[in-house]
Design a protein around this ligand. Structure first.
Ligand SMILES: NC(=O)c1ccc[n+]([C@@H]2O[C@H](COP(=O)([O-])OP(=O)(O)OC[C@H]3O[C@@H](n4cnc5c(N)ncnc54)[C@H](OP(=O)(O)O)[C@@H]3O)[C@@H](O)[C@H]2O)c1
Length: 282
């Protein structure tokens, strides 16, 4: 079936996440008008944020202002390691809900595998925090729960220590960073692999292969990179604070990359991280 802005990807708990969303972030600022444009003019129904990004209140206001019903929007938020631990995690989630003026998150993620608690192992704190997320999930405050920046060893430990497998693992993913083993592991374990930084924070936009394909398809480099991700079935959330770029980044459904071109983009992997690299986190 052809991809569209309405395409959703199923999670193991039966919920479905829109394949394309809008990122928000603390870097480069927050744009109220870009959020409103995405929701009201581009049909975006998936927004990714985090307490760490510092824009929860403004984003909550933008969602209300858009008049798109809350139930139509997939809203992801994240728990920062400073709030890890059983009680702290539950409080941080409820505080985030209240800052955003919402009753629930569609997806709530542990943002990073390293805890900031001295004298306790990351593994122990991750497991304790995960149990709080499970409870928030049971109570309906978080409709789905997951992790972010977790590698196979972190996921294996969580599997040994806890009963519920994360619904999602959100990880850096673009043509230069394709963690194939992790993608395969998540698929095997029923964890939906979600990508972030589809443009590698802009680094992929001047790549000769990307430029060549942009010319071939009469599209922009950003559209080629976003299309490559969603055509692989990988959910992604490009971020822009500029209305015209938000529109451009959503206009990725009227064309299809040929298999050979997909393969050429697959070959661009060089392992670089433009965000954080969790490799050394125990
Ligand atoms: N879970 C995590 O740890 C984690 C980490 C990083 C990011 N994320 C999520 O992923 C989202 C996206 O990541 P990101 O913002 O770091 O990287 P990105 O989406 O790969 O790139 C964003 C950068 O590219 C620019 N840009 C956007 N669209 C463009 C276009 N069409 N043409 C040219 N430049 C364009 C933006 O600038 P302008 O704003 O000026 O347009 C911004 O500087 C974040 O907002 C966040 O929601 C999650």
């Amino acid at each position: 079936m052809a991809l569209s802005v309405f395409t959703r990807v199923p999670l193991s708990n039966g919920l479905q996440i829109p394949i394309l969303g809008l990122g928000t972030s603390c870097n480069g600022g927050y744009s109220h008008e870009a959020i409103l444009h995405a929701l009201n003019k581009c049909g975006v129904r998936h927004i990714d944020t985090a307490k760490r990004y510092g824009c929860e209140e403004q984003l909550g206001k933008a969602i209300k202002e858009s008049e798109v019903p809350r139930s139509d929007i997939w809203l992801t938020n994240k728990l920062w390691p400073g709030d890890y631990g059983y009680e702290a995690a539950k409080k941080a989630c409820l505080d985030s809900c209240s800052r955003m003026g919402v009753d629930y998150f569609d997806l709530y993620l542990m943002h990073w595998p390293e805890s900031q608690q001295h004298g306790r192992s990351n593994r122990e704190v991750r497991a304790e925090t995960w149990r709080a997320l499970q409870e928030l999930n049971d109570q309906g405050v978080c409709h789905a729960i997951g992790v972010s920046n977790f590698l196979v060893p972190h996921l294996e430990q969580l599997k040994e220590d806890c009963s519920v497998v994360p619904h999602v693992n959100q990880v850096e993913y673009h043509v230069y960073q394709q963690p194939r083993q992790l993608v395969e592991y998540c698929r095997k374990e029923g964890i939906m692999f979600q990508g972030y930084c589809p443009l590698a924070k802009g680094q992929t936009l001047g790549d000769p292969t990307v430029l060549k394909l942009a010319e071939k398809y009469g599209r922009t480099p950003a559209q080629i990179c976003i299309r490559w991700s969603i055509q692989k079935g990988i959910v992604t959330t490009p971020k822009s604070t500029k209305i015209e770029r938000v529109r451009e980044n959503c206009d990725v459904f009227g064309f299809q990359l040929e298999d050979l071109d997909m393969e050429e983009l697959n070959q661009l992997h060089d392992g670089r991280h433009v965000s954080w690299d969790p490799t050394n986190v125990e």
